[in-house]
Design a protein around this ligand. Structure first.
Ligand SMILES: Nc1ncnc2c1ncn2[C@@H]1O[C@H](COP(=O)(O)OP(=O)(O)OP(=O)(O)O)[C@@H](O)[C@H]1O
Ligand SMILES: [Mg+2]
Length: 273
């Protein structure tokens, strides 16, 4: 069974259908990027995976729970297993790097010790490990509002890891970063993916990073999946199809890639059971 499975899924806002009838299955441990033009619904899809955007139609199963019928209590437990990294970092600026990362484990701590920010020796060691994973241990006691964008993003990743999530959702984690910091952040996410087996689903605008770091790429256009495959399959015609302004398909030209929408359904099912 897929870690995440969407069937004929339509997501959106009140009457606005943004993602329209998609089928998708994501396995544990995948590092997947979602690409597509601005406004196509990448964030809507990503936030749909932790039930922040509404399911208008179809089914969405995440970590064994059906999101179209999930109860409040189950949703809270599910969200604890899903770390989210936002483009704007969402850190508490006046708190230290250590305290921001530690806040990721609050749901695993008793209320009183959480309130007083009391940590056991093991928890200190755990937080230190996460700081090392993202390479921010030198700044452990610095206030987060005094860090650079790349450093803040690494703190946000460490906080997500501290949650001990099964899935990390990253919405354009590198869009505001310079190339060196961007590479650093992608390597950090890859490291979390490989070291802890966390499934990572990330929206990206940078195709070169999607090619280099991700095991699978989903291309969205017109609310639908127009590409689902390995980064190697992103030839020029496929990229043009993904970023095409209209919903209509471009001819594949002299490229050998088969556009996703032209693959037989059985082949797609076999590729992503
Ligand atoms: N809260 C909201 N209420 C109503 N419509 C929304 C809301 N958030 C997004 N939309 C609309 O949904 C569509 C998809 O938006 P979304 O943010 O998912 O796109 P995106 O692919 O992530 O774009 P970008 O690459 O610019 O981040 C857009 O038309 C947008 O205006
Ligand atoms: Mg977005």
């Amino acid at each position: 069974m897929g870690h995440i499975k969407a069937e004929n899924l339509t997501l959106g806002y009140s009457r606005k259908r943004v993602i329209q009838g998609i089928d998708l299955s994501i396995k544990k441990g995948e590092f997947l990027s979602i690409i597509g033009p601005s406004g196509v619904g990448k964030s809507t899809f990503l936030m749909g995976l932790n039930a922040t955007t509404s399911i208008i139609d179809g089914r969405l199963r995440v970590l064994g729970k059906n999101l179209e019928t999930i109860k409040h209590h189950d949703l809270k437990a599910l969200r604890a297993k899903i770390g989210v990294i936002f483009q704007g970092f969402n850190l508490v600026g006046r708190l230290s790097v250590f305290d921001n990362i530690a806040s990721g484990m609050l749901h695993r701590k008793p209320l009183v010790s959480a309130l007083f920010r009391h940590y056991s020796g093991d928890q200190y060691a755990e937080i230190y490990e996460y700081m090392q994973v993202v390479g921010i241990e030198q700044e452990a006691l610095s206030r987060c509002d005094r860090l650079s964008g790349g450093q803040k993003q690494r703190v946000a990743i460490a906080r997500a890891i501290a949650q001990k999530p099964e899935i990390i959702l990253a919405d354009e984690p590198i869009s505001s970063l310079d190339p060196v910091s961007a590479r650093n952040v992608m390597e950090t996410l890859k490291n979390a993916n490989e070291k802890y087996g966390i499934t990572v689903v990330s929206n990206l605008h940078q195709l070169d990073y999607a090619r280099e770091f991700c095991s699978r790429v989903i291309g969205l256009n017109g609310g639908r999946i127009v590409y689902d495959g390995p980064p190697d399959g992103l030839c020029a015609a496929t990229v043009a199809q993904i970023y095409h302004k209209n919903d209509s398909l471009l001819p594949a030209g002299d490229c050998f890639c088969v556009p996703y929408t032209r693959l037989p359904l059985q082949a797609m099912a076999a590729a992503h059971p």
